[in-house]
Design a protein. Sequence first.
Length: 134
Amino acid sequence: MTTPGNSSVSQTRQKPLRKVHPERQRRVRTALTFFSATAWITGVMLLLLVIRMIMQYVLGMDVSGFGWVAILHGWCYLAFVIATFNLGLKARWEPKWWVTTILGGVVPFLSFYVENNRRKQVTEKFQLDQPSAA
């Protein structure tokens, strides 16, 4: 007898994926590309910001010439949030996926991890790794 919470059983008996319409694949692929780019840029800018803060607060260095790092990270993070909403709408994510994805832009290194996971999930769900029948 199987139980609803038994994930190993439910994974082995999953229905085959339905064919995704090529136009929807195109929209999701475009949103995923924008999301991935903003996730990587935001992650790099966050690391630069952390380095700047360590230099200023731990090492006591004068970093007044690097004030642009925080501003640029803020703008990149805004683009990342927009890209997350765009992909979330197209991929029809549940709200918990949106929140955890958006938090990836404020924790160092997390944006790279989140981007990798979301890319795998979306690529599999929308069959983006398969050649289109155009």
